[in-house]
Write a protein that binds this ligand. Structure first.
Ligand code: PMP
Length: 301
C-alpha cells in the first residue's frame, strides 16, 4: 500500500451528528460514521484490507492463489475491489437472494460469484465455501474467514475506534451497533473501553430470525482471539424490522443520508436507547442505500 493509492483511502470516514433524529436540546447527541464513503462503499473495506494485507505479509496468500470466502455482499465487494486493485483472483459464495446491485458490483470488479440456495441463508454460503476450500486446499486458495480472523476486529480497533475518539473528542457514553461477524462492535468497543471503561457498548439485535436487515446475523457467534465479547458488550437492545425501515426512511428524508438497512436499524436501536438514557451516542452507518434500490423496501420508501 502506497501513500495516496486507492487502498490508503480506506478508513478516515466522516462522523456526522444526526440532530434531527436525536435532538441535542434534549441532552443527547448522536454521532454516526459514514462508512459508505470507503472506496468499496461500505464498512467492510476496513477488515477486508486488514485480512488481505496480513495474509500477504505472512505468505498465506501468494501469486496465482485465489481469495475464497462467503459474504452476504459487502465483504465480497470489498474483496473484489481490493482484488481488482492488487491483481488477485476472488471467488465469493453468497445466498442467491442478496440484492442484484451487490451481485453486479462484485462481478464488475471481476470476482467469480457462486450463488447458494436462499433457503440455506448465509450459513449455506459459509458451508459451501468451506467445502470448496477443503477440496482446493491451501495452495490454491486463501480463505480470510472473516468470522474467526482477528484481523477483522483489529481493523476496527486500529481505525474505526480511533477515528471515533478523535472525531468526538472522546466524548462518548454509548456505542451501539448490530452484529454480522461482530468485527465492528468488538473492535470499536474494545478501543473505546480502553480509552474510558465507563463507555457502554450495546449490541443492536433483530427481534426475530426472519428479520430483513441485510448484513446482520440472528444466530451469531463471536470467537475472535484477543476480543472477548464478555468483556466488551455490556447490553443488548432488540429492534423490529418495520421500525428499522421507518428509521431508514427518516435518515434519507430528514438527514439526507441514503444509507442501507443496517444503518436504519443501528439508529433505531439508539433512538430507543435515547428514550431511556441521555448522553452522547455513537454508531456506524455501514453502507449506502444505492446498494438496495431494487428491493421492496426502497420501492415503498
Ligand atoms: N451492516 C452491513 C450492511 C454489513 O454488510 C455488515 C457486515 N456483514 C454489518 C452491518 C455487520 O458488521 P460486522 O460484520 O462488523 O458485525
Amino acid at each position: 500500500m502506497e501513500k495516496n493509492d486507492l487502498l490508503s483511502n480506506i478508513g478516515g470516514t466522516g462522523a456526522v451528528l444526526l440532530n434531527k433524529i436525536i435532538n441535542p436540546k434534549a441532552g443527547s447527541k448522536l454521532y454516526a460514521k459514514l462508512e459508505s464513503l470507503n472506496p468499496g462503499g461500505s464498512v467492510k473495506d476496513r477488515p477486508a484490507l486488514y485480512m488481505i494485507k496480513n495474509a500477504l505479509e505472512k505468505g498465506l496468500l501468494k501469486d496465482n492463489m485465489t481469495i475464497i470466502d462467503s459474504s452476504s455482499g459487502n465483504t465480497g465487494i470489498s474483496y473484489a475491489m481490493i482484488g481488482a486493485f492488487l491483481g488477485i483472483k476472488v471467488k465469493i459464495y453468497a445466498p442467491s437472494n442478496m440484492s442484484e446491485e451487490r451481485k453486479k458490483v462484485m462481478q464488475l470488479f471481476g470476482a467469480e460469484l457462486i450463488l447458494t440456495p436462499a433457503e440455506e441463508s448465509h450459513d449455506g454460503a459459509i458451508k459451501r465455501s468451506m467445502e470448496e476450500y477443503a477440496r482446493g486446499g491451501k495452495d490454491l486458495y486463501y480463505m480470510p474467514d472473516q468470522y474467526n480472523n482477528p484481523c477483522n476486529p483489529l481493523a476496527h480497533y486500529e481505525t474505526t475506534g480511533v477515528e471515533l475518539l478523535s472525531q468526538t473528542g472522546g466524548n462518548i457514553d454509548y456505542f451501539a451497533t448490530g452484529i454480522g461477524t461482530g468485527g465492528t462492535i468488538l473492535g470499536v468497543g474494545k478501543r473505546l473501553k480502553e480509552y474510558n471503561d465507563k463507555i457502554k457498548v450495546i449490541a443492536v439485535v433483530p427481534d426475530n430470525e426472519m428479520h430483513g436487515i441485510e448484513g446482520w446475523k440472528y444466530n451469531y457467534s463471536l470467537n475472535f482471539e484477543g476480543f472477548d465479547h464478555n468483556k466488551i458488550i455490556d447490553d443488548f437492545i432488540k429492534v423490529d424490522t418495520e421500525g428499522s425501515y421507518a428509521m431508514l426512511k427518516r435518515l434519507v428524508r430528514e438527514e439526507g443520508i441514503l444509507c442501507g438497512f443496517s444503518s436504519g436499524a443501528n439508529v433505531y436501536g439508539i433512538y430507543k436507547l435515547a428514550g431511556k438514557y441521555s448522553g452522547n451516542f455513537a454508531t456506524v452507518l455501514p453502507d449506502t442505500g444505492s446498494r438496495y434500490l431494487s428491493t421492496r423496501v426502497f420501492a415503498d420508501l
